[in-house]
Each structure stands twice: as structure tokens, then as C-alpha cells.
Design a protein. Structure first.
Length: 202
């Protein structure tokens, strides 16, 4: 019983993380998003895609960026690949826990799976709605907290005349954050529906 509780909690946590990171990585590496965004914001699409290609390890940053901007982008790239590593590890753990659940509870696996999907989906919807509301009410606070957690103090502050800020103004980060959390929210609703379908036809 204790083993099953431990596995259930582990599944709950890694499923949510996988759901959120799937949405984040899908948007972050989606060129179409950047093209639409730079068209909307009136920024330079070629230079924007240069930064995206740099994050994908497909290009070097343009020489138009200054040393502080290049240093920050190295940190961003490092963070991005760390997130990708966490994502892969999360998927491996998720699969392992699912297999363990099937092994220890074959007869009721579908029932357990349906309940787990519904609960993790509902939890995700609630949490993501809370984050979205917070972002709408005070995005600057969330933006600053994020940078303080993942970057050294002062390394992410730039002048409005710097190329990096002109390519990626605060509105860009609002839009990408909103899209990531909205995508994760829609995925969470889909997870709930899948859980209900499995429960109905178990």
C-alpha cells in the first residue's frame, strides 16, 4: 500500500512537470511563433531567428550583440538545455513509474490510470489558471521572480537601446508566457477528458 502511494505521488508530480515542460519546449523552439511575434511587435525577424537558431545550436549570435548580451544568452542557452535534460529525465521517470504501477496493479491498472489522469489534470488546470490570473494581474512580478531564481543579479538587466531588448521587449515575454501556460492548460483539460473516457470504457 505504501509503495502504491509513493508511486502515485511520484506519477502526480512528474506528469505535471512533463505536461508543463512539453508546452514550454514546444513554444520556445517554434519558429512560427517568433515570426508571428516579430511581425506583431515590429521587430527584426532575421535577428530574432538568429537568437532562436543560437538556442538550437544551429548558429552563432550576430556580432551586433554586445558582450553583456552575449553573456546573458549563454546563460539562457545553458538554462534551456538544463530544462531539456530535466524534461527527458522526467519522461524516463514517468514511463518507469507507469510500468511499476502496471506491474504491481495489473487488474486495476485502467481504473488507477483514469483516476490519476483526472486528478493530475484537474490539479494542473487549477494551478495554471492561478498562474495565468497572476500573470494578467502582475506579470512584472512573475517576470522578475523568474529571473532572480535562474540568473545572477544584474546579468539580465539591459538598456532599452540594447539589441536584445529591442528584439525581445517585455511584451514578447508576456505573450510567450501566456501562450505556454495556455497550451499547458488546454493539454490539462485534454488529460482530464482522456481520464474520463478511460473510466467510461474500462
Amino acid at each position: 500500500m505504501k509503495r502504491q502511494v509513493f508511486i502515485s505521488i511520484g506519477l502526480f508530480i512528474v506528469f505535471f512537470i512533463a505536461l508543463l515542460l512539453s508546452s514550454a519546449l514546444f513554444i520556445v523552439f517554434n519558429n512560427d511563433f517568433y515570426l508571428k511575434e516579430c511581425g506583431k511587435l515590429g521587430t527584426d525577424c532575421d535577428k530574432t531567428l538568429n537568437v532562436v537558431d543560437y538556442l538550437k545550436n544551429n548558429a552563432e549570435l550576430s556580432s551586433e550583440f554586445n558582450n553583456r548580451e552575449i553573456s546573458h544568452m549563454k546563460n539562457v542557452k545553458s538554462l534551456t538545455y538544463n530544462i531539456m535534460a530535466v524534461y527527458v529525465i522526467t519522461l524516463v521517470i514517468l514511463v518507469a513509474l507507469m510500468l511499476l504501477t502496471f506491474f504491481y496493479n495489473r487488474k486495476r491498472f485502467k481504473e488507477f490510470l483514469s483516476i490519476m489522469l483526472v486528478y493530475v489534470g484537474v490539479f494542473s488546470v487549477a494551478l495554471l489558471l492561478f498562474v495565468l490570473i497572476m500573470a494578467i494581474l502582475n506579470f512584472d512580478l512573475l517576470f522578475d521572480v523568474f529571473h532572480k531564481i535562474f540568473f545572477e543579479k544584474g546579468t539580465y538587466l539591459f538598456s532599452e537601446s540594447d539589441l536584445l531588448i529591442r528584439l525581445f521587449p517585455r511584451k514578447f515575454f508576456y505573450d510567450i508566457s501566456f501562450l505556454i501556460f495556455s497550451t499547458a492548460l488546454i493539454s490539462s483539460v485534454a488529460v482530464v477528458l482522456i481520464g474520463l473516457i478511460i473510466k467510461k470504457f474500462k
